[in-house]
Design a protein around this ligand. Structure first.
Ligand code: UDP
Length: 253
């Protein structure tokens, strides 16, 4: 977040990429893209490209990290060195540690962790290309990957940010908006229970602006949730079709 008067983020009532204030960038999600993971999802959101892979539930190692009454959801967010214009130094840093923690906490709200004491559910989020909003994209993809792994959950978390640019509340900040805007507020939303499981705020908003931002984000999360459900529907209808094709080709009734 910062302000830079040399950059106009709004022209003729439209944003730099031509979007309306309440318009999301284009989102597509594919579920079940990795053979060796228990569950996976690949997401493209604007120029962001993110892979999520789930392994588990499996026995937690090291053992001292086990919880005796529930599973631990252990998310690891990582940005590839080539994901940003200036090469990102490989390995964990403060930002990725923070994002891993908040994604783990958001997912723990929906996973029935009490079903798997002493276990861990590993969630890997690999950002292959980044262009603002990767924590939201990562959390959204991770939820689909968990569902793809068949992990019992109360719902999938949908996530999206809204914020402020040039005094206007807008949805889903792009790269320049994130760099030169005035506020960025990512949320994670659980549609079924109408609850938030992630809320951060970078920059400042008045109460009125905050309420408008929340309304925009929650509406958008409901749309994102439909895209998540669509990805699972597509995955399983394709799998069923493939089974039919295999059976047919093998002459099995
Ligand atoms: N970014 C970058 N280098 C970094 C970290 C971030 O170029 O080491 C870019 C990247 O495009 C990212 C954006 O800055 O998406 C915004 O980062 P932020 O920390 O706000 O998280 P995000 O919006 O991705 O959740």
């Amino acid at each position: 977040m910062g302000s830079n008067k040399d950059i106009d983020l709004i022209e003729d009532g439209k944003r730099l990429d031509g979007r309306d204030f309440d318009e999301l960038r284009e989102i597509s999600i594919d579920a079940g893209v990795l053979k060796r993971a228990d569950g996976s999802a690949y997401l493209e959101w604007g120029k962001n490209k993110i892979m999520a892979a789930v392994y588990g539930p499996r026995e937690m190692h090291p053992r001292h990290a086990q919880e005796t009454t529930k599973a631990v959801v252990r998310a690891r967010y990582n940005m590839a060195a080539f994901s940003v214009p200036d090469r990102k130094r490989p390995g964990p840093d403060r930002r990725s540690t923070e994002i891993s923690k908040l994604v783990s906490e958001a997912l723990e709200k929906v996973v029935f962790t009490e079903n798997y004491p002493r276990s861990v559910i590993d969630v890997f989020i690999e950002v292959l290309q980044a262009s603002a909003g990767t924590r939201c994209g990562g959390l959204t993809a991770a939820s689909v990957a968990l569902a793809d792994a068949g992990i019992p959950m109360s719902d999938m978390v949908a996530s999206c940010a809204s914020g402020k640019i040039e005094g206007e509340v807008v949805l889903d900040l792009g790269k320049n908006e994130d760099n030169y805007g005035q506020a960025d507020v990512p949320v994670g939303y659980i549609p079924r229970s109408d609850e938030l499981c992630l809320l951060q705020m970078d920059g400042n908003l008045t109460q009125e602006e905050y309420e408008k931002a929340m309304e925009m984000s929650i509406d958008a999360c409901k749309d994102i949730h439909e895209i998540q459900r669509g990805a699972l529907r597509e995955r399983y209808s394709t799998e069923l079709q493939e089974e039919e094709i295999t059976k047919a080709s093998e002459g099995v009734e």
